[in-house]
Ligand binder design. Sequence first.
Ligand code: UT7
Length: 329
Amino acid sequence: MEQNQRASITGIGSYLPGKVLTNYDLEKMVDTTDDWIIQRTGIRERRIVENGMVTSDLAVQASNMAMEDAGVTPKDIDMIITSTITPDYFFPSTSCQVQHKIGATRASAFDILAACSGFVYALSVGQSFVNSGTVGTVLVVGAECLSKVTDYTDRTTCILFGDGAGAVVVQKSQTKHEILSTTLHADGSQWDSLFMQAGGAKNPASLESVQQRMHYIQFKGREVFKSAVNIVTNMVRETAVKNNIELTDIGLIIYHQSNLRIIEAVMDRLDLPMDKTFVNIDKYGNTSSASIPIAMDEARKAGRLNKGDILLLVAIGGGLTWGVSVIRW
Ligand code: UT7
């Protein structure tokens, strides 16, 4: 019996910082309007850290909830994988910070960088380690403090991003939510569609890099928008074929929350109703790799996931990277 068990999500948690930054607040900071932001993105407000809180602090809160939900303690965790583009430090990893802060003294710890697709990438790595039998219990986290790398003088980007974290525990289980398959992709030729110019080896931090505002997120919004709609639509179709399911058999699709219009365009092309997806971008904006686990936690609390449902987690982000996980709830 034991041998038939596959990697499953056995616990979920999420955490959003308390400070709310509304579209009306942004109207006072840059030349924008609540109406423009809602029409173009679906975002009404986002959460922002304060009082010295950093990415690992958000990750710890979400992780504690996920562990409690799974009925495990920090000492049960064998491995921590955190996806983030806003680590506490360039190195060591944010996962090592989390390991230390929660007291998961037995766990190995490392980060994954796949931008907004990072949670699906990290889940895939955790799933593989558990399915191979190498480890028993993996904590997979998506956590971001995007407010730290957002240029609040640039209206084309500052309206989009927010802070938050989500976490899951991955273990073999007969009764919990089995990860049926995960597929990952990348296209590095589009590396400069969505990126941070300085801080790495190419453009180390300097007075000039700071003066030229090169340590903030930059992106070609319209290009990424078009790529996202095409890539995500094709990915969902291919996933259905590969997993031998009809699109109408899917219980719920949770997309990375980057833009409500992208989600609507994809659902329209798939000829699926919007009630087959879960949206919370209005409350949190784009939280990069945290968005999918936060949405998964809220969807289940809202009663949107029933036992046996097929759930798709679908992400696209900088790299470009994209990926999908199929889960039987
Ligand atoms: O998380 C990873 C994946 N991320 C994404 O997929 C994001 C994809 N891109 C997007 O979500 C959208 O491209 C944006 C929301 C970023 C922008 O929406 P858009 O409909 O593509 O607008 P645009 O960039 O084409 O700009 C239209 C106009 C421009 O003015 P002109 O040139 O037409 O006069 C912009 O200057 O809107 C202007 N604009 C704004 N106006 C008011 C840009 N930002 C703002 C703003 N407020 N905040």
